[in-house]
Ligand binder design. Sequence first.
Ligand SMILES: [Mg+2]
Length: 95
Amino acid sequence: MPDRDIMAAAVDKYGGARQLVKCCEELGELTQAICKLFDGAQWSEDDIEAVVEEVADVEIMIAQVRMILAIDPDMEQRWHDRKLRRLWRQLDDGT
Ligand SMILES: [Mg+2]
């Protein structure tokens, strides 16, 4: 089954509000996994894999957020470009 169909089935089964909450939970898990990297002097393979696992969870949930909110891809691309241009300006300014 295509990824999009699986995600649509999840939104259909659990509902948009519940999946938005789930997205928040997964974002929190990614935050925790990244913060754990600062606990030790060296990053273990397990620590890195934990981040990769949570990135996958977050990517799946973000895709569902796009569906739930019917996000316009053009609007999303404009924001993406705007944010990247701002980052580039910051890098260029040395700030
Ligand atoms: Mg997770």
